[in-house]
Design a binder for this molecule. Structure first.
Ligand code: HEM
Length: 402
């Protein structure tokens, strides 16, 4: 079942994410570095997944406050990033030090701000315009159903270099289904990739797959296995995130018409609105793991090697010591939000792509759907957490194109 189907299915029961934010505020105030044990019912932590997060016998903590989260994610001298335990081979997500830096460099240029200007013109805008063509003359639409749940998959598929005919199969892989990202899913992805990687090796294209087959790390070309690992990373990282992020950006503006009017009147506020939406409702997983490799101190607690810390990025985004009225969606905050794409050597590699997609989506919708507003005949959208956090629908009205 895709995430949008899940969101709709669970709409009635799933928790409004704002309730979680209230609980997280309570943790920030009471226990900034909180020890988790199997009996704990800490919000945002599933006690059954405890064993998978921390090596047996080692401590597990959650860091809730802004500065502690930033410290733990940024400090590669005292912390390393552990990989998902089910993954047979390494990806960037579980590499550290020089190995991580060398592998990350392979994609850095292709995802740089300069490269994104070209991607925006040649891939992002045409894909979005085509989708908007489908409803611009109608005067009403569900922007989740018809827009945000589609464009990120087309964009990342096109950037990798997979054909439009592969789209349905590609979506099936981007949504791993009930089992989540596991070894069985990796096997299905490898089956999909094998013939396409072979074709790209024979005739490399001008796309990410072509770049990967030509790439060398430490003087060696990437093996098929290494190549699969990059693609396995890009497929989920590059699609669901911007789907949820753009839905949340639009929800923020539609639910706060005063803020929407400010952005309508000043194109310079579009990038600010994007970053504020990612602070207010960060779609990415709420927390990111780090494991101590050297003794250090976090929030006044001595952390010994082997200890795992969940750096709670969503709680960090609403820290009242950093942001005035942190629960408000406000596009004119005096200082732009920090850390919305993480910190340190593992900070998001796709952040320029994500921002380019979200900015372009907003600009095109503003230009092509005049008088865009929520449709009062539908319930107000609620952001709920099903994997990532986003609304299941965004029913809107606008002046139809003639
Ligand atoms: C709004 C959208 C997005 C958000 C909020 C987001 C957030 C994040 C965060 C917080 C991390 C850091 C994880 C950690 O330090 O443990 C990360 C890593 C990463 N992201 Fe994103 N991301 C987004 C979109 C994308 C896109 C579009 C791509 C596609 C290229 C992408 C690719 C990656 C990769 C490859 C990493 C791993 C980097 C590394 O370990 O060196 N992300 N993302």
């Amino acid at each position: 079942m895709s995430r949008i189907e899940l969101l709709k299915h669970l709409e009635a029961d799933a928790l409004d994410i704002e309730i979680r934010y209230l609980e997280w505020a309570d943790h920030r105030a009471r226990c900034p570095l909180e020890k988790v044990d199997e009996a704990s019912s800490t919000p945002g932590m599933d006690p059954s997944s405890y064993a998978a997060m921390a090596p047996s016998g080692e401590d597990l903590y959650i860091a809730w406050r802004h500065d502690d989260v930033a410290q733990v994610m940024r400090d590669a001298e005292h912390f390393m990033k552990p990989g998902p335990p089910w993954r047979k081979t390494k990806t960037l997500l579980s590499m550290n030090g020089d190995e991580h830096r060398h592998y990350r460099q392979v994609l850095e240029d292709a995802l740089s701000p300069r490269a994104m200007a070209e991607v925006e013109a040649s891939i992002i805008s045409p894909i979005m315009n085509r989708l908007i063509d489908g409803f611009a003359t109608r005067g009403h639409a569900d922007l989740v159903e018809e827009f945000t749940s589609h464009f990120p998959f087309h964009v990342i598929r096109t950037m990798i270099g997979f054909d439009e005919r592969d789209h349905d199969e590609f979506i099936g892989l981007a949504y791993p289904g009930a089992g989540g990202l596991n070894a069985e899913w990796e096997g299905r992805v490898a089956e999909f990739l094998a013939p396409r990687v072979e074709a790209a090796r024979a005739e490399p294209g001008d796309d990410l797959l072509g770049l990967l087959v030509r790439a060398e790390v430490d003087g060696h070309p990437l093996s098929d296995e290494e190549l699969y690992q990059y693609l396995l990373l890009l497929i989920p990282a590059g699609a669901d995130t911007t789907f949820a992020g753009t839905s949340n950006l639009l929800a923020g503006l539609l639910l706060h018409p005063d803020q929407f009017d400010l952005v309508r009147g000043d194109d310079g506020l579009v990038p600010r609105a994007v970053d504020e939406a990612l602070r207010w409702q960060n779609p990415a997983a709420t927390s990111f793991l780090r494991r101590a490799i050297e003794e250090t101190e976090v929030a006044g607690t001595v952390v010994t090697p082997g200890t795992t810390i969940c750096a709670h990025l969503s709680s960090h985004n609403r820290d009242e010591t950093k942001y005035e009225a942190p629960d408000a969606f406000c596009v004119t905050r005096p200082r732009p939000p920090r850390g919305i794409f993480g910190y340190g050597p593992h900070a998001c590699l796709g952040k320029h792509l994500a921002r380019a997609e979200m900015r372009t989506a907003l600009r095109l919708l503003l230009r092509r759907l005049p008088n865009l507003r929520l449709d009062p005949d539908f319930p107000r959208p609620i952001i709920r957490a099903v994997g990532f956090a986003s609304p299941a629908s965004l029913h809107v009205l606008f002046d139809p194109a003639t």
